[in-house]
Design a protein around this ligand. Structure first.
Ligand code: PMP
Length: 405
């Protein structure tokens, strides 16, 4: 563990109070290992040029590095062909790509889109907007009180003219790991195209898009050790080939005539303009790091640590932890009687403990949980049980600070 923590320079930065940093906001964004930071610097110092159009040495080197990163991401998620991986700014852009390029031209009045109650706004609002624009119906499959998806509610939602099903691999609020392969199989049986929001999937659980069987899988680089502004969309080749472009401009065309244009082959058809080259390369390096550690090991460690976190938090009087789960992605959300989540986060911050507070971009879920805001501790593989102990101590101190008298 000490060796792993040494790889992350920011974990050794002193906090404003002079103490050590306890970073438990990994679901918002992960910290970056030295190898990723070095890859970014090295790219700008030795390789920087635009990709795909230059004939000089640097342009070729940059293109090679960028395309190598695509191969790494494809291998990491079990995509059989690197052309099925489109670089995006993250999950939000990846889902919007599917919404605008696949769904918008295909949705008809009366069609149904199914999402789950635990979706992040990124995998909810685009579908709500597309449904409204097309006169289609958005159906929300509910969760059970233990924080898992209700399989009967999901099945009922599929009983109708369902065109698309969009669901999270792992919940950013509850930490629920959805049985995506099973859910996708059922959605496909109902005739739906499937979109999996993998923003919390790729950082925390082994991902194999072929085994999941989905049509699309979206991921964020910055949540899995990569740079901000990096991410990807996996899509089945035949789906991507049948889709219109998302953004128009340079790099995505084949021929531009005065009155019409033709498009480049995939994946370039979906990568208009100069991409985030350094970001993609940094993401490739992040994937290398995760593969060295082993996604299975990462998942076991994080799931155990998150389960331990939930158990320790439940021991604190007045704390209510959401989700009673056999395994977890990194996230554990809770409320503390008498202390607003924002006040708690601010108090803990003074102790050097970084957690998240608010609606966590999941207002439909929070309404179901009966709250408007929660506190969330979310772990990564570089977090320790000792740090969870510090969180729990901090919570006890917060209780005596806020609830005294
Ligand atoms: N989906 C989930 C489950 C998330 O946790 C997040 C980020 N919090 C997103 C989507 C959006 O990711 P990004 O902001 O990187 O586009």
């Amino acid at each position: 563990m000490e060796e792993i923590r040494q790889d992350f320079p920011i974990l050794h930065e002193p906090t404003p109070g002079g103490g050590r940093l306890v970073y438990l906001d990994n679901a918002a964004t992960s910290q970056k290992p030295r190898s990723v930071i070095d890859a970014l610097q090295d790219y700008y110092e030795t390789t920087n040029a635009n990709v795909h159009r230059g004939v000089h040495v640097l342009a070729e080197k940059a293109t090679q590095a960028y395309e190598d990163a695509r191969i790494k991401v494809a291998e990491f998620i079990g995509a059989p062909d690197p052309r099925s991986v489109i670089f995006t700014r993250g999950t939000t852009e990846a889902i919007n790509l599917v919404a605008w390029s696949w769904a918008r031209p295909r949705l008809r009045p009366g069609d149904r889109i199914v999402v789950t109650r635990m979706e992040h706004h990124s995998n909810f609002v685009p579908w709500q907007a597309m449904a409204r624009a097309a006169g289609a119906e958005l159906v929300i499959a509910d969760i059970r009180d233990d924080g898992t998806l209700d399989p009967d509610a999901f099945q009922r939602a599929l009983d109708g003219p369902v065109k698309l099903v969009a669901l999270a691999h792992v919940s950013n609020v509850l930490g629920t790991v959805n049985p995506v392969a099973d859910l996708v199989a059922r959605a496909r049986e109902a005739g739906a195209v499937t979109v999996v929001d993998g923003a919390q999937g790729t950082p925390h659980v082994p991902v194999d898009v072929e085994a999941i069987g989905c049509d699309f899988y979206a991921l964020s680089g910055h949540k899995m050790l990569g740079p901000t502004g990096s991410g990807a969309l996996y899509g089945r080749l035949e789906r991507l080939e049948a889709m219109e472009p998302f953004l128009y401009g340079g790099e995505m065309i084949s021929k531009v005539h005065d009155d019409h244009s033709t498009w480049a082959e995939i994946p370039h058809k979906f990568e208009a303009g100069t991409p985030h080259i350094a970001g993609a390369i940094g993401l490739g390096e992040a994937v290398d790091y995760l593969r060295r550690l082993g996604p299975d090991r990462v998942h076991r460690w994080e799931s155990d640590l998150a389960t331990y976190t939930a158990a320790r938090l439940r021991e604190v009087p007045g704390v209510r932890v959401f989700g009673d789960l056999p395994e977890r992605g990194g996230a554990v959300s809770f409320v503390t009687e008498g202390i607003h989540p924002h006040d708690l986060a601010q108090y803990l911050d003074q102790l050097g403990i970084a957690i998240r507070a608010g609606h966590l971009c999941a207002q439909p879920l929070l309404r179901r949980l009966g709250v408007t805001a929660v506190s969330r501790a979310s772990v990564a593989f570089y977090n320790t049980a000792e740090e969870i102990g510090l969180l729990v101590d901090g919570l006890h101190r917060a209780r005596s600070f806020f609830l005294r008298g």
